[in-house]
Design a binder for this molecule. Structure first.
Ligand code: GLU
Length: 381
């Protein structure tokens, strides 16, 4: 696959994620002019032949503004109520901004379970694909009115990446209030370097992300890097660009400063994409160097290579697979419950039957159920 960066207009299916702070002004509410300009850019991309899907934040921020709620952190019920009011206003705004270009908008509200549970994921994918087939633009957000702390994404960066991989997008654009990834937080460190191209999400790249987030936008750089991992693993490029000025999408092709994340040149299958993008692995397997080499060569993870494990996972759950230095290099569906896995960790496959009393599977994680994550594309030192 071509790793060269292409103009935005050359991509076939584009997901555009818009941060709350771009769409909603704390004092004056919805930024109509900004939305009008962006809708023109979206219409131009469609005219160039791309499918476009929008992941729009702003429900909570807009609801707060409509309800005149005081600033500061909201309680869960407060943000759920704000989202109920804000989401209607947001959907109306999108619908009328796109209608000016004869484009129909369709509202899609998702919860975490809609992407994490395989059957619900396939269901959501069918709906979104149908909307695109009908020529409508899906306007996606998290269903914040029903989402609670334990079952929510909480940020639209990762949601957008999950949606991008769900529909086989080849480009994800995160429009936010910063024009890309920096070697350190530019507001704190004047020496911070802008990173224009990221070819692999290494531990160094993760370290650059830090944690920052403002009151209006939940996702800081951390969730953007997580989104990058999900998207690029599935063969989808990602761009982080500033959306502060009008016509933010058109400006990307006019040379605006951005960070571009190269897609994995050998993207994994749809099922593996789903495994790799799981947000909450149920446990961690720490493996030795030999197993790490085997995994990078496309082999299964055998019990012998597992040094330690954490988490109370059950057979079939997703686990993160980490090196002894703690770097996650793969995810997979584990073939044993945690208790059994603990007993056979470090043992030869031939010993499994004696230890467990039955002849279990030879691999702890079979290679068909295993996917290397982006950082693992780096050669081992
Ligand atoms: N879903 C939230 C909203 O619409 C935004 C989450 C985010 O800022 O990423 O208000």
């Amino acid at each position: 696959m071509e790793l060269e960066r292409k103009p935005v207009g050359a991509y076939r299916r584009i997901v555009v994620k818009i941060g709350s702070a771009l769409l909603v002004d704390r004092a004056s509410g919805l930024r109509h002019d900004w939305l009008t300009a962006l809708s023109e850019d979206i219409a131009a991309l469609r005219a160039a032949g791309a499918d476009v899907l929008v992941v729009s934040s702003g429900a909570i921020a807009l609801g707060r503004s409509v309800l005149d709620m005081p600033s500061g952190l909201l309680k869960l019920e407060g943000s759920q109520a704000a989202a109920a009011v804000g989401q209607i206003a947001l959907a109306r705004a999108w619908s009328s901004a796109l209608a000016a270009h004869d484009i129909i908008a369709g509202q899609v509200l998702l919860t975490l379970g809609d992407t994490e549970d395989r059957r619900r994921y396939l269901n959501a994918r069918a709906t979104v694909s149908e909307l695109l087939k009908l020529g409508a633009i899906p306007i996606v957000n998290e269903n914040d009115t029903v989402a609670t702390t334990e079952i929510r994404y909480g940020d639209n960066d990762r949601l957008a990446a999950r949606v991008a991989t769900m529909i086989g997008a080849d480009l994800l654009i995160l429009l936010s209030d910063i024009d890309g990834l920096y070697s350190a937080s530019p507001s704190v460190d004047p020496e911070a370097r802008h990173i224009p191209v990221v070819t692999a999400i290494t531990p160094e790249i993760e370290a650059m992300a830090g944690g920052a987030a403002s009151e209006l936008s939940r996702g800081g750089m951390r969730t953007k890097i997580d989104a990058g991992r999900i998207a690029t693993n599935a063969g989808c490029a990602m761009i982080i660009a500033s959306g502060k000025d009008a016509h933010a999408l058109a400006q990307i092709d006019r040379g605006a400063r951005t960070s571009w994340f190269a897609p994995n040149p050998t993207p994994v299958t749809a099922r593996k994409t789903w495994i790799a993008g799981q947000l909450t692995p149920m446990g961690t397997l720490t493996i030795d160097r030999g197993a790490e080499r085997a995994l990078r060569m496309g082999k299964s993870l055998l019990p012998a290579g597992v040094r330690a494990l954490t988490g109370d996972f059950a057979r079939g759950d997703t686990v993160a697979i980490c090196t002894e230095e703690g770097n996650e290099i793969a995810r997979g569906l584990v073939a044993y419950d945690a208790e059994e896995a603990n007993r056979i960790a470090g043992c030869k496959t031939a010993e499994i039957e004696t230890i467990l009393g039955y002849s279990g599977r030879a691999a702890m994680v079979h290679r068909d159920d295993l996917v290397l994550t982006a950082g693992a594309r780096q050669p081992i030192a």
